[in-house]
Design a protein around this ligand. Structure first.
Ligand code: HEC
Ligand code: HEC
Ligand code: HEC
Ligand code: HEC
Ligand code: HEC
Ligand code: HEC
Length: 491
């Protein structure tokens, strides 16, 4: 290098090359900062990689390019005889030189400062919920809307999606870049597929805030429904969910959270990408033995690499992005008084208006309005009903992304999706058919404390659990979701 440039290094001594050098230096320090943040940060952020390994180098090479361009330009002048090869001499006694130097130094300091602030700000921005949910507005709009309505609305996206630890961080980083490119090229899938294959294990995300030993006790939950009849009759179920240790049912002493007790290892094989069909389940016991349960039509052995160990997300798969079913949204709106229950057939008319497939949100708003105004022509409440229906639509339907409850099953219960009954359907047995998966009776997971339509019904508490009387009608065993689709009920 030295011999090659002997006598020529002076050619770098010009303002253009000096500016290039400053840009390159700033980029180099920005890279160092980002690189260190990248490897030292406890909460990795996939987009830092983008800044560190793409944006900073682009500036570094542009700066270097500018240096060489100055060199080349200067050399050309020299060879043409326009100038002598002389180093840039700054003579502070000359007014012109002082001005240029002041200007240059000012510019350089400002540039370095802006770079430093820019880099830190960009870094914080990529960490923010706004970046994930808003910048990436098109694809993430449904997830963000559902998230803002969820109990985790104050938990940052990165807390669940990135977290700490090198292995998942690298995966998230590659993923982040891939997603950014897909967004720019507009070729991401609609809806965004679920489940996320490489989501961090729940121990490293959920359990940072909800440690298992803290999760105990049972939950008293009341589910308020309104039937699709003329009077929108109320029908309420009050359940005691046996989440933690249960003294009510000694057989199920460990409750629903039994699965996350560290000594209980449940692995399963799902035969579909959404993990809705589970024909094979293995429980490993503390003494080293294990029990395998299969559904009647599954004979072979599953591919060992396709097995998944059950964790929080196998039940709580929609903790931050639950798309309520139209049935639930309207029950909720009637229960809170947002929709007046005395309006005839309001429950069934609203469900029907919402569940039509619309291509775009404006189309949906228009058609929902036309339809309901048609039905409630002479009703002064028509305006309010339309506004409520449109509000519900905007919070739970995202036609441009094909995202709504139909695309995203919730595994926590068993009414609209198979959920718990993917395993607890009473059909999974050991090879000798002698044992089936325990916990598959109606009282294993909850007891019905009260049920019915009137306040008097709901006062008749039964700590042993009522038998579910299902709105006075027949229901066939465990396949609730055969009829309950979340929208119109199939009979
Ligand atoms: C409380 C934890 C949590 C938070 C906070 C969270 N998510 Fe999620 N997210 C999940 C889980 C769990 C899934 C589903 C994973 C699965 O089933 O594999 C998911 C799935 C997704 C999906 C895939 C499509 C889908 O709906 O299943 C996207 C996209 C997504 N989240 C974006 C975001 C964005 C953007 C934010 C912040 C505005 C965010 N998430 C905040 C837990 C969270
Ligand atoms: C940064 C902390 C944090 C993380 C990470 C987190 N949560 Fe939560 N979670 C909370 C807080 C705070 C609440 C209570 C919200 C409330 O009371 O409204 C909550 C509430 C819940 C609830 C009760 C919801 C309800 O309907 O009342 C469930 C279930 C839950 N979280 C599951 C999860 C799962 C599953 C994950 C991992 C995907 C997770 N959480 C990750 C902080 C967290
Ligand atoms: C077998 C399914 C299943 C698994 C696995 C599971 N849960 Fe739950 N969990 C439930 C059910 C069902 C409820 C009560 C119903 C509800 O939230 O609507 C519940 C309730 C909760 C609550 C609310 C408790 C309260 O007092 O409000 C939290 C928080 C929670 N689970 C966190 C977790 C975490 C964290 C994990 C993983 C370590 C986990 N769960 C694993 C099924 C499960
Ligand atoms: C992947 C399969 C699978 C899914 C999904 C599943 N479970 Fe389980 N569950 C099991 C297995 C296996 C056992 C152990 C039963 C046995 O060995 O007889 C079990 C045991 C239980 C028990 C009994 C605990 C005890 O004290 O013995 C309860 C209660 C339970 N599950 C509730 C639920 C609920 C509620 C859901 C849905 C939110 C659910 N399970 C989802 C596989 C599953
Ligand atoms: C493996 C555990 C399990 C078994 C077995 C089980 N359930 Fe449930 N059930 C749940 C859970 C969990 C929820 C709560 C879902 C939620 O909060 O989202 C629930 C909710 C319900 C609800 C309230 C739904 C609503 O929206 O009003 C009814 C009613 C119900 N179960 C009836 C039954 C009947 C009847 C049986 C027996 C045929 C049964 N369950 C068996 C776990 C179970
Ligand atoms: C054969 C079809 C069928 C099956 C199976 C079925 N249901 Fe229903 N269910 C209905 C019909 C029809 C209604 C009345 C709906 C209405 O008027 O809006 C209803 C109403 C209900 C309601 C009150 C209204 C509502 O929309 O939420 C609950 C809660 C309910 N069923 C729970 C269950 C549960 C839990 C199971 C499984 C254990 C189940 N059903 C199985 C058909 C069925």
């Amino acid at each position: 290098m030295r011999s090659l440039f002997r006598g020529q290094t002076k050619l770098f001594q010009n303002w253009l090359s000096a500016s290039g050098a400053i840009v390159a230096t700033a980029a180099f320090f920005a890279f160092l900062f980002l690189f260190l943040t990248d490897i030292l940060a406890t909460h990795g952020n996939p987009y830092v990689g983008l800044l560190a390994y793409i944006v900073a180098p682009v500036f570094f090479f542009s700066g270097s390019g500018l240096m060489w361009y100055g060199f080349w330009l200067h050399r050309r002048h020299v060879y043409k005889g326009d100038a002598n090869v002389h180093p840039l001499i700054i003579d502070l006694t000359r007014v012109r030189d002082r001005r240029i130097l002041q200007f240059f130094m000012g510019g350089a300091v400002a540039f370095l400062l802006v770079t430093a602030i820019g880099v830190t700000e960009t870094y914080h921005y990529t960490e923010s919920t706004g970046f994930c949910g808003e910048t990436c507005h098109g694809p993430m709009h449904p997830e963000r809307t559902a998230y803002l309505n969820s109990p985790h609305a104050r938990v940052g996206c990165v807390e669940c999606h990135v977290g700490s630890g090198a292995q998942y961080y690298v995966k998230a980083k590659l993923n982040g870049m891939h997603q950014l490119l897909a967004t720019i090229a507009n070729n991401y899938s609609r809806p965004i597929p679920t489940p996320i294959k490489n989501l961090r294990p729940a121990q490293e995300t959920c359990e940072q805030c909800h440690w298992p030993s803290k999760l105990s006790g049972n939950l008293d939950r009341t589910y308020r429904h309104f039937l699709s009849d003329q009077t929108n009759s109320p029908f309420t179920v009050r359940l005691l969910l046996l989440v933690g240790a249960s003294d009510i049912n000694p057989v199920m002493a460990n409750g629903i959270h039994w699965h996350i007790n560290i000594t209980n290892k449940v692995e399963y094989f799902a035969s579909d990408p959404q993990r809705q069909i589970i024909p094979w389940v293995r429980v490993s016991h503390a003494d080293g033995t294990s029990t395998v349960y299969r559904s009647p039509d599954f004979k072979g052995e599953p591919d060992p690499t396709q097995l998944r160990r059950m964790d929080c997300l196998d039940c709580h798969n929609r903790p931050a992005h639950r798309y309520s079913t139209p049935n639930e949204s309207i029950d909720q709106a009637i229960a809170t008084g947002a929709i007046d229950r005395s309006i005839p057939w309001v429950k069934s008319n609203l469900v029907a208006a919402l569940t039509v497939r619309y291509e775009t949100k404006p189309e949906a708003f228009q058609k929902i309005s036309d339809r309901l105004r048609g039905v409630y022509k002479d009703n002064p409440a028509a305006e309010k009903i339309v506004a409520q229906a449109q509000h519900i639509y905007s919070q739970t339907f995202f036609p441009e992304m094909k995202a709504d409850w139909r695309a995203y099953p919730d595994n926590k219960g068993h009414k609209e999706w198979p959920g718990c009954f993917r395993c607890h359907d009473g059909q999974h047995t050991t090879a000798d058919a002698k044992r089936k998966i325990g916990g598959s009776e109606c009282n294993s997971c909850h007891v019905i404390l009260a049920q019915g339509s009137t306040p008097e019904d709901l006062k008749k508490l039964n700590s042993e659990g009522h038998t579910f009387f299902h709105v006075d009608a027949e229901y066939s065993d465990l396949s609730c979701n055969n009829c309950h689709t979340g929208g119109q009920i199939k009979e």
